[in-house]
Design a protein around this ligand. Structure first.
Ligand SMILES: NC(=O)c1ccc[n+]([C@@H]2O[C@H](COP(=O)([O-])OP(=O)(O)OC[C@H]3O[C@@H](n4cnc5c(N)ncnc54)[C@H](OP(=O)(O)O)[C@@H]3O)[C@@H](O)[C@H]2O)c1
Length: 260
């Protein structure tokens, strides 16, 4: 029979070292707090240091163990710095949860190549760099690890004005499927979860525009748009022992949107 101890510890991330990118954002700050409250040691990273320090202050006041490093995940040297800082601070890396992202929704005839490339770099190149250097460290440690990447329900559904965003997230889905193949032999699991719209500074207006909101609900059997907290359980599952058999996958986290 399955042992009680196995079941008790399935979802535990206590004392694991987790890097959370985009930790100043709606999702990143929620997941960083979720990991911290679940007992992980959390490295919060994003570009805005002032905001990072505020969020870390709130987390510490709630009893979480955390440290911050301001860095740009699109910059290769900065990504190396995040890895070094984490190892210097907590000795190792067990979990990466990538929660940063960028969009500038614009039609193909209006958007410049530079702006399109900025979206691709922020959402795709950054994931390649983080996965590469975090996995390199995990392989050195020899204990496996978890790469949890935020993609989007848009990765498999195009939309007007989304040639950059949808393409960048579609690329992330396949990048992750391939990373799982490269890293399986090292017991490193790599997955995306793919949310539909949830509340953030950029999307809050959708919750108050009745036409837009009702339109979304037609394809959302769950009957509401998301909140950042809705994804903490998924982020813990994909970072814990409970997901040891799960890799190279893109998990719907979308209130049923992909199914409809
Ligand atoms: N909100 C939604 O409805 C929704 C739906 C599906 C998927 N997602 C995905 O969920 C993740 C988090 O979204 P969110 O709504 O929490 O976003 P958010 O509140 O706008 O936060 C975005 C985060 O990414 C960082 N960031 C912004 N522009 C960047 C750039 N050009 N390069 C690198 N980092 C950048 C920001 O930090 P700094 O500026 O401090 O660096 C911030 O921490 C993203 O991957 C997003 O694509 C969101």
């Amino acid at each position: 029979m399955v042992k009680k101890e196995f079941v008790d510890n399935l979802f535990s991330i206590k004392d694991k070292v987790a890097i959370v990118t985009g930790a100043t954002g709606a999702l990143g700050s929620a997941i960083a707090a979720g990991y911290g409250l679940a007992g992980a040691k959390v490295i919060l990273t994003a570009r805005n240091e002032v905001k990072l320090l505020q969020i870390a202050g709130d987390m510490r006041a709630a009893g979480c163990e955390c440290a911050v490093i301001a860095a740009d995940p699109v910059d290769e040297d900065d990504v190396r710095k995040i890895v070094k800082f984490t190892v210097d601070t907590y000795g190792e890396i067990n979990i990466l949860c990538a929660c940063h992202g960028f969009n500038a929704a614009k039609g193909v005839l209006e958007q410049s190549l530079n702006e399109w490339q900025k979206i691709m770099d922020a959402n795709t190149k950054s994931i390649y760099l983080l996965a590469k250097y975090v996995a390199e460290q995990m392989v050195k440690q020899g204990k496996g690890g978890k790469l949890v990447i935020t993609s989007s329900a848009r990765s498999k559904r195009g939309m007007k004005g989304y040639t950059g965003y949808a393409a960048s997230k579609g690329a992330v889905d396949l990048l992750v499927q391939s990373l799982g193949c490269d890293l399986g032999q090292y017991n490193i699991q790599v997955n995306t979860f793919n949310p539909t719209v949830f509340r953030s500074d950029l999307t809050e207006w959708m919750f108050y525009d009745d036409n837009v909101y009702q339109n979304f609900l037609k394809r959302l059997p769950i009957g509401r748009l998301g909140e950042p907290e809705d994804f903490i359980g998924m982020a813990i599952f994909l970072a814990s022992k409970a997901s040891d058999f799960f890799t190279s996958s893109n998990y719907a986290a979308d209130g049923g949107y992909w199914g409809n």
